[in-house]
Design a protein around this ligand. Structure first.
Ligand code: GDP
Length: 590
């Protein structure tokens, strides 16, 4: 290969036509050169950097990989949001700014729906004929001649569901916080979701019309959560609004444009057509109706589309107002008809050349699903460690739930200490309360495991964890938990033994029996006690004894088990220091 030191920046992938243009040669000539190098390609085909480098080398250029195109590596390093992966193969010189896509998250009743309505009505007020009559899961508004796309199914579930499928609809999260109520559990949860997805957050400080609104208090709370308001010298934009009285909406829209400008939101309108399914349903008369968000390229009616395991030739495309359109560029939400099946929200869609190609992709996916469900990819503590060792993950992601704030804080402190070693430990979310669906969704989307301390997992959440392969670990003792995590970080985790609590009993009185020495007279407060199981005696936060439950009596009889509500006598081998008020926990190890 000759080289005169004539440097040429090339992206990771480039279409032959563009490559020819870059070096000012005829594409035919280029195709011939490729052929002599054993590569058969047409003018519209894409070649990778290595191939392109060889060919341009023959024309005397020295190819260098464009720095900005190395997105996949940055994504791994945790610097780039997911949507950019979709456009990683695009020639960066072709990227154009596109409207930001915004989603609204926040605590229940803080005004998400009201805000979406207020924003939607600004456009109607601005004199748009007809306004928005149908809801397709997304809409657009115009501000200063620029468009903003809003996803209008608020809520964390929708947002996380997308991420769990590897998609990311939103570029910006608007966090709604009611000025009279402040930061609440779901506010924290929303922040965790947005941070895990690396989506910039701005705050709509809602309900400022209320007499008891206290913006400063909310700002203080936000600052404590590392969202330091801009007027306090931080980088989080906080816009006071009243969704109810239509105040501050224009400021909010302007704010969104500012955040968009500092985040370089781009796509190639002429590139590969790809995007995300926002929602889909089966209509009795119209067939499958789906809302698609185009994220790169331009979607046209008549295109062959594959979305998840659904495919089809698009018959009709309408915009969010129900108006038929022929084409839709990046960040445009559209309603489409013509898919064979109902895809899932969060499925990635792409345009392919022929129906045959579409079917082949679907077939491949169906087979992959089959084998996948056989292998059942599990995000367990053991696997995560293996991934960290293999260099595929940067650390362990955890979601921590505890019964009360008082136990959550020391747990987080302990865990953070453990995470100071070589392998990082990231607590994505720490909150009091039982483990619910949203926690499992966040875990699944972020490849995290869930640690519960003195909490339970809802039935639904358990089912979902099972389905998504999320590892749920429940503990009742802090050191057990830290021990497990420490072992996992050192790669020494033994086969998982799970402790299952059978029941609890309270020691009411202590008496002496000749055979056993001291015997605890207890009342079973929940579940049951079982002879032969393990038992632990707790005094406040301390464990005073741990061993086998070898003696269990009801009145004068030896019994195998005893249920909630009944009284019983329990003796401990070689342990006599029992006190009234002690709690007895009976469990088995599986
Ligand atoms: P969501 O659960 O977050 O979607 O909250 P909604 O939009 O349903 O609003 C919850 C309640 O707060 C409703 O009764 C709204 O009318 C009220 N609300 C929403 N925004 C405002 C506001 O700016 N000011 C006042 N005073 N009330 C509001």
């Amino acid at each position: 290969m000759s080289s005169n030191g004539n440097k040429l920046e090339l992206p990771a992938n480039i279409v032959i036509r563009d490559l020819a243009q870059k070096i000012e040669k005829s594409p035919i000539d280029l195709i011939k050169k490729l052929m002599t190098n054993g590569v058969m390609a047409t003018i519209n085909q894409t070649v990778d950097f290595d191939t392109a480098a060889i060919v341009v080398g023959e024309y005397g250029f020295e190819a260098v990989l464009e720095a900005s195109d190395d997105l996949a590596t940055k994504e791994e390093a945790g610097e780039v949001p997911l949507w950019r992966q979709l456009i990683a193969g695009e020639d960066s010189s072709q990227l154009k700014p596109r409207p930001p896509v915004v989603t609204i998250l926040g605590h229940v009743d803080h005004g998400k729906t009201s805000l979406l309505d207020a924003i939607r009505s600004t456009e109607v007020a601005a004199g748009e004929a007809g306004g928005i009559t149908q809801h397709i899961g997304a809409y657009q508004v115009e501000k200063k001649g620029r468009l903003i796309t809003f996803l209008d199914t608020p809520g964390h579930a929708a947002f996380t569901q997308m991420r769990a499928r590897g998609a990311q609809g939103a570029d910006i999260v608007v966090l709604v916080v009611a000025a009279d109520d402040g930061v609440m559990p779901q506010t924290r949860e929303a922040i965790a979701h947005a941070k895990a997805a690396r989506v910039p957050i701005m705050v709509a400080l809602n309900k400022i019309d209320k007499a008891n609104a206290n913006p400063d208090r909310v700002k203080q709370q936000l600052a404590e959560l590392e969202l330091v308001p801009d007027d306090w010298g931080g980088s989080t934009m906080v816009v006071p609004v009243s969704a109810k009285q239509n105040q501050g909406i224009e400021d909010l829209l302007e704010g969104i444009l500012l955040v968009a400008d500092s985040n370089d939101i781009k796509a190639n309108p002429n590139g590969k057509v790809i995007g995300t399914v926002i929602e889909a349903e089966l209509d009795k008369s119209k067939g499958v109706l789906a809302t698609l968000l185009v994220q790169n390229g331009t979607l046209e009616s008549g295109d062959n589309v594959v979305a998840g395991i659904a495919h089809g030739k698009l018959r009709a495309i309408t915009d969010y107002k129900g108006k038929p359109i022929k084409k839709a560029g990046p960040s445009t939400p559209v309603a489409v008809m013509g898919l064979s099946d109902v895809p899932s929200a969060g499925d990635i869609f792409q345009v392919v050349k022929t129906d045959k190609e579409a079917r082949a992709i679907v077939q491949e996916r169906l087979e992959a699903i089959k084998t996948q469900s056989q292998i059942r990819k599990k995000v367990s503590l053991e696997d995560l460690f293996a991934n960290v060792q293999a260099g595929e993950a940067k650390g362990l992601n955890l979601i921590v739930k505890a019964d009360v704030q008082g136990s959550l804080e020391p747990i987080v402190t302990e865990l953070n200490k453990l995470g100071e070693g070589e392998i990082g430990l990231h607590i994505l979310h720490a909150e009091t309360g039982n483990i619910g669906n949203n926690d499992v969704m966040l875990a699944s989307a972020s490849k995290a495991i869930i640690i519960g301390f003195n909490v339970q997992a809802d039935v639904d959440a358990r089912r979902m964890a099972e389905k998504e392969g999320v590892d749920l670990r429940l503990y009742e003792i802090i050191y057990r938990m830290t021990e497990d995590i420490e072992k996992a970080l050192k790669g020494m985790l033994e086969p998982k033994l799970v402790e299952r609590t059978l029941g609890r009993a309270q020691v009411l009185q202590v008496f002496t029996a000749s055979k056993f020495g001291r015997v605890a007279g207890c009342k079973v407060t929940d579940g049951e006690l079982r002879r032969g199981a393990k038992v632990r005696l707790q005094r406040g936060a301390d464990i005073v004894y741990e061993g086998d439950l070898s003696s269990l009596r009801h009145e004068k009889d030896d019994v195998k088990e005893i249920r909630q509500g009944f009284e019983c006598g329990v003796g401990f081998k070689s342990f006599n220091d029992i006190q009234p008020g002690d709690m007895l926990v009976c469990y088995i190890v599986e």
